[in-house]
Design a protein. Sequence first.
Lengths: 61, 61, 61, 61, 61, 61
Amino acid sequence: MPVISFDIGELTKEQKEFLAKEFSESASRVTGLPIEMIYVLFNERKFDNVGVGGVLLSNQE
Amino acid sequence: MPVISFDIGELTKEQKEFLAKEFSESASRVTGLPIEMIYVLFNERKFDNVGVGGVLLSNQE
Amino acid sequence: MPVISFDIGELTKEQKEFLAKEFSESASRVTGLPIEMIYVLFNERKFDNVGVGGVLLSNQE
Amino acid sequence: MPVISFDIGELTKEQKEFLAKEFSESASRVTGLPIEMIYVLFNERKFDNVGVGGVLLSNQE
Amino acid sequence: MPVISFDIGELTKEQKEFLAKEFSESASRVTGLPIEMIYVLFNERKFDNVGVGGVLLSNQE
Amino acid sequence: MPVISFDIGELTKEQKEFLAKEFSESASRVTGLPIEMIYVLFNERKFDNVGVGGVLLSNQE
């Protein structure tokens, strides 16, 4: 059942490969659950779709 | 207030029509709430954005 | 990878058993994915933690 | 840590600018937390990916 | 369909009443959708269940 | 803006400390973003609130 969701800007495929592996390994090691049961979901967002401090990230570049 | 979210790969419109109907009918029957109040949100994902067992689905095809 | 999340008020164990079964069977039948891969997550909420139309549900009873 | 997520149809950039500002100001004023810590995440959806009352929004237009 | 979720520490009922009203009014005014369709979901968390900068909030007090 | 959410059964405080640190360090190293911006949210669930393969986890023990 473990589900890890990651809300982030846009990532390369290599970054996602790396994070899927590292997040899952950490979660499996700490919980003792088999890594096969662990799902990682990437929610990539354009900077128009994120606000920090009340201002869109696309207006902060 | 009932909100059903479905994280899944890519679906056809027919599949979404079918699932929106079935999920909502099940939820309404079991909770007794009117079906009009029930929202279904589909979160479709490319296989690059999903990891299972530490490996991206796009690398498992 | 399919993950179904259900945001709802409080449910009995029987209601959750019923919905876990129905949601998963619908999703498996429509997507063709094995039911063992399908996770259902219930997010139960007290009515103080839900607003509809700008008013908390606990103030609408 | 405050994170505000908004599941909605498609918005213009102006609408997102306005909402990121208003949501964050309300949250900061009420919680007393600095506005810089408040994240707003917009989940824009096509009407094919939303069901209300068991029917896709794209079939209700 | 608009659903606003707010991940936050613990709030009083007055704070939730205020935010449910303000968030919904902002969303209705900006999107033009009737306020009755807008759901607000509060995800309250103990500080043990939140990490910022790699450290649990409960260890930062 | 990076937000990592972890849906899981119940964890000890030590497990959460460890995961908050590891998840955040991995995310910061891979994205290059400062670790202070990274939020980790733990969604702990009783086994009555999770279904796998159409059956509640509490009925699978």
